[in-house]
Write a protein that binds this ligand. Structure first.
Ligand SMILES: [Zn+2]
Length: 91
């Protein structure tokens, strides 16, 4: 009884020569954008008040960044979104 066993030729298991790739981190991991609710956008117009020909700025400007950089109005402080400067309101 000589049963021929079909030789299953497998690829020789050679030591895999994996190329060492430098781990490249993805530069930006974009977050899945959540559906934005339509908000009423606050534009710069909310920072100005026009009275006739006079324009008054309702928000204080950043001391560090200079005029042109408005500070956000919080209940107890003003903050600059540009440099992070915080100025506390005086009670
Ligand atoms: Zn600033």
């Amino acid at each position: 009884m000589s049963k021929k066993v079909a030789k299953t030729e497998e690829a020789p298991a050679e030591a895999k020569t994996e190329e060492k790739k430098p781990e490249v981190k993805p530069q930006k991991t974009e977050k899945p954008k959540a559906e934005k609710k339509h908000k009423k956008q606050k534009g710069v117009h909310s920072l100005y008040k026009v009275e006739g020909e006079k324009v008054t700025r309702l928000h204080p400007t950043c001391e560090r960044c200079g005029p042109g950089y408005f500070m956000a109005d919080h209940h107890d402080r003003y903050t600059c979104g540009h440099c992070g400067f915080t100025r506390y309101k005086r009670a």
